[in-house]
Ligand binder design. Structure first.
Ligand code: DGL
Length: 280
């Protein structure tokens, strides 16, 4: 892992290492990335933005997603974050370049992180990718993986039902198991040895997916990969927080849906405090 894509090289010299990291997603799903960041980088403060009023993005048009993504990135940049992380695979798939073009801070996205990890995890270079319909139709994972290794063979599958099943809390439910078996049948038929969980919600299905794919297929969790890339970038740019004091976490959402607290805490794996509603 060496070079990181940023729009304005050199700008990070003016960024404050004590500043927070900005992480955003279409809803609560990106909290899987926040959780991985909290574990990997316990001294970094975080501003999280979840567009809970407009989720899901995975079935929306490219134009709409690009418009929403720009709005959120600008909101976080006003908070003077030192780094932007696109935690949502769907936003990363269709609007990552847009964010890089407008941001004076470095920008990381889950698709780049997932692509690097998928190749590291695969011996045979036969890789499966699952995600929302927009992510899969964008071919963004194929571009990112082939950009690193043109020899890799990819099999992709849109799994539209996984997001609602996870939000329903059916993480280990017969309906989810059957759905996963159905979606993954054609992917497993290609003899893949690694499967990229290309959506914020899928890490919560890991135990069930492990049963379905068997022990020989590596599950590539882009949340963990993202935390590793973030740690490397902060170190490389001298942007790690030098303070060893407890960090602050703020969660910005556009709506507080029913069961928000329960769902959010399930994603985060701990209590959810400092939740602010942004009215757009
Ligand atoms: N956050 C989205 C992703 O990672 C899933 C939820 C949605 O469709 O907005 O693709």
């Amino acid at each position: 892992m060496g070079a990181f894509p940023t729009t304005l090289p050199g700008m990070s010299e003016h960024l404050d290492p004590r500043g927070a990291i900005g992480v955003f997603d279409s809803g609560v799903g990106g909290l899987t990335v926040v959780r991985a960041l909290m574990e990997r980088l316990p001294f970094e403060s975080i501003h999280y933005f979840g567009d809970t009023a407009r989720v899901p993005y995975g079935v929306k048009s490219v134009q709409t997603i690009a418009h929403y993504t720009t709005q959120i990135a600008e909101f976080l940049l006003e908070k003077r974050v030192k780094l932007l992380i696109i935690a949502c695979n769907t936003m990363a798939a269709v609007a990552a370049q847009l964010v890089r073009d407008l941001s004076p801070t470095p920008v990381l996205d889950v698709i780049d992180a997932g692509a690097v990890s998928a190749l590291a995890a695969s011996r045979s270079k036969r890789i499966g990718v699952i995600g929302t319909p927009t992510t899969i139709n964008s071919n963004a994972y194929a571009r990112a993986i082939h950009g690193i290794d043109p020899e890799a063979r990819l099999t992709s599958q849109a799994c539209a039902l996984f997001v609602p099943l996870v939000e329903e809390g059916w993480l280990d439910h017969p309906v989810t198991r059957l759905t996963a078996q159905e979606y993954l049948k054609p992917v497993l038929a290609e003899n893949i040895d690694s499967l990229v969980l290309g959506c914020t919600h899928y890490p919560l299905l890991k135990p069930l997916l492990r049963d379905v794919v068997g022990p020989d297929v590596a599950l590539v969790d882009s949340a963990e990969a993202m935390a590793e890339q973030t740690a490397a970038l902060l170190a490389q740019r001298n942007l790690s927080n030098p303070e060893r004091t407890p960090p602050t976490y703020h969660f910005w959402v556009t709506d507080v849906p029913l069961r928000f607290q329960t769902i959010g805490e399930r994603f985060l794996g701990r209590g959810l405090n400092n939740v602010h509603v942004v009215q757009w």
